[in-house]
Design a protein around this ligand. Structure first.
Ligand code: FE2
Length: 364
């Protein structure tokens, strides 16, 4: 680990993490795509296709910012203000709009999941799980009619935490066995809560019930295994783990997105259903949108667009020069630059740098 440009502006992760990066790159460049190992599912309408964005990231970014903020307002209403009358129609409309934004250019909302990190974890985690859940479902070829349900399922997957005592929810360390029991009860309490809502999609109910079940039967609440776990539960288990690992939480250190992906790959076939972590890695790329990377010339850049095809050479926007000074927002397609590459990934960047990067995207 070395200090990043600008002193405390970030740290670069090297060394052991290169292993994760290499594993992820190998998955991405492998010809045999693993999605076919996902069992047949009635929700799937087409083989996963390379989604060509309808708009550029910059063109979609302003709409994505408004949507992300709306999602956070909805989450605050649910988890912070604990409104009795949660505006379900607003959530449904937001889920549709979120899906449409992802279809126009998924990188815009995906990058905000990282750029807007911080604040209340439960709220940002719910919004991120909605965005990532819908994007992953889209990537797997789920019929577009169902995509808003996957966004809603991600948003509501932890709704049962409304009923977990605050001191356990925010406990700054490992939980005792009895505290863990109370925490794990959020799944069945969430089912009870959702069943009071009329016309809840089975996708939402499945996702809430199964997102902590593991392929090898070690999960909860029922210890389901393999084919007993719903498609939505398998999908959200991946999304939940990725966002939890790559977000700041009181008791756990945040890791870089690609370290989270490497960890999840190691849990394939045990924690996760076969094929799912690999498919998610294909969606996110080696350097997910919204990640900060150090370039080989020492400057610091934000990843704008990256998918399986970009591999180790994503589209980036430079934000700080090698001395840590603010610099022109050069957009660089690393795939077209043989003289420049990514030399490391950064994390723990201050909010002001993330805010600055967000404003720059609107101006490029
Ligand atoms: Fe949960």
């Amino acid at each position: 680990m070395t200090r990043g440009p600008g002193g405390g502006d970030g740290r670069t992760e090297r060394g052991g993490c290169a292993d994760d990066r290499d594993i992820i790159a190998r998955i991405i460049h492998a010809d045999r795509y693993v999605v076919e190992s996902i069992p047949e599912c009635s929700l799937l309408s087409a083989p996963p296709a390379r989604e060509k964005p309808l708009l550029t990231m910059r063109e979609e970014f302003a709409a994505a910012c408004v949507l992300y903020s709306r999602g956070m307002e909805l989450a605050h209403g649910l988890f912070e203000e604990k409104r009795d009358l949660f505006p379900r129609d607003e959530l449904a409309a937001w889920a549709v709009d979120t899906t449409e934004s992802l279809m126009r250019n998924k990188a815009a909302l995906l990058s905000l999941c990282k750029l807007r990190c911080g604040g209340d974890y439960l709220c940002s985690h719910s919004v991120n799980a909605a965005v990532l859940g819908a994007a992953f479902a889209m990537h797997l070829g789920v019929n577009r009619v169902f995509l808003p349900d996957f966004a809603a399922a991600g948003f509501l997957h932890d709704v049962g935490k409304l009923f977990v005592p605050e001191h356990i929810l925010r406990y700054p360390g490992g939980l005792s066995p009895s505290q863990m029991e109370e925490m794990q009860a959020h799944v069945l309490k969430g089912q009870e809560f959702l069943r009071f809502w009329d016309d809840v999609s089975p996708i939402v109910l499945d996702g809430e019930l199964d997102h902590h079940e593991c392929h090898d039967g070690t999960g909860y609440p029922y210890g389901k295994s393999e084919g007993e776990i719903s498609f939505t539960g398998r999908l959200l288990a991946v999304v939940d783990m990725y966002d939890a690992m790559s977000s700041t939480r009181g008791y756990r250190r945040q890791v870089t997105p690609f370290r989270a992906l490497g960890f999840m790959y190691n849990e394939r076939d045990s924690h996760f259903a076969p094929g799912y972590p690999q498919a998610f890695i294909r969606l996110m790329g080696v350097y997910p949108p919204g990640s900060f990377v150090r370039l080989s010339d020492g400057s610091l850049a934000l990843v704008l667009e990256a998918d399986a095809h970009a591999g180790l050479r994503p589209l980036v926007m430079r934000v700080l020069d090698r001395e840590g000074r603010s610099c022109a927002s050069d957009v660089i397609a690393l795939g077209e630059r043989e003289d420049l590459s990514v030399s490391g990934t950064l994390w723990k960047l201050p909010a002001r740098l993330r805010r600055d990067a967000e404003e720059r995207i609107g101006r490029i």
